[in-house]
Design a protein around this ligand. Structure first.
Ligand code: NI
Length: 188
């Protein structure tokens, strides 16, 4: 397994829509396990392929250690899709691609999610609370959407300074970040 560099707000790949898998092979399994290891190393609870520079529909989730998730089995989900949703709740989110940013986001509370596992077997899960929250955040990534897109204009304006810092490569984090593309560095 390998640790992959994490792509940030500075990278256009975060705005790309990821493509679904039509099947699996060893490379897909390796990507899933590498993403899981990368996420663990960065102390994340969710990661989407866009965040490691890959535009394929795969996410990893691990809530082990979070309150109420003692028996949690880490998930590698291909082609995850929400087929039903209910309710609404707000909680603070963060993102490994947006270091130091956190804000409250409102999303559905209960979901039915379909996905494929690493054997490409179809799965269905009814989820709620934090697990549903992480899955929704990661599916957003696969669609090129970031949690800050859910904030109102005033809140987004307040984040602009921090976002510009991330764009210029100023991200004081403990995990490996992909080099910032030259086009993203603005000189002002
Ligand atoms: Ni994220």
């Amino acid at each position: 397994m390998a640790i992959l560099p994490i792509y940030t707000y500075a990278h256009g790949v975060l705005r790309k829509k990821a493509r679904p898998f039509k099947g699996v092979n060893d490379a897909v399994a390796r990507l899933g396990h590498d993403m899981m290891e990368t996420m663990h190393r960065a102390n994340g609870i969710g990661l989407a392929a866009n965040q490691v520079g890959v535009t394929k529909r795969i996410i990893t989730v691990d809530l082990t250690g979070s309150e109420g998730f003692d028996d949690f089995s880490p998930l590698i989900m291909l082609n995850p899709e929400v087929t039903d949703e209910e309710g609404s709740w707000a909680i603070e989110e963060g993102c490994l691609s947006l270091p130091e940013l956190r804000d409250e986001v409102e999303r559905p509370e209960r979901l039915r999610v379909t996905y494929r596992d690493l054997n490409f077997d179809p799965k269905v899960m009814e989820v709620e609370g934090m697990l549903g929250r992480v899955i929704l955040h990661e599916i957003d990534h696969l669609n090129g959407v970031l949690f800050i897109d859910h904030l109102n204009l005033i809140k987004r304006r307040l984040l602009r300074g921090r976002l510009n810092k991330i764009k210029s490569g100023d991200v004081p984090v403990e995990y490996e970040i992909a080099p910032v593309p030259a086009s993203s560095v603005t000189t002002a």
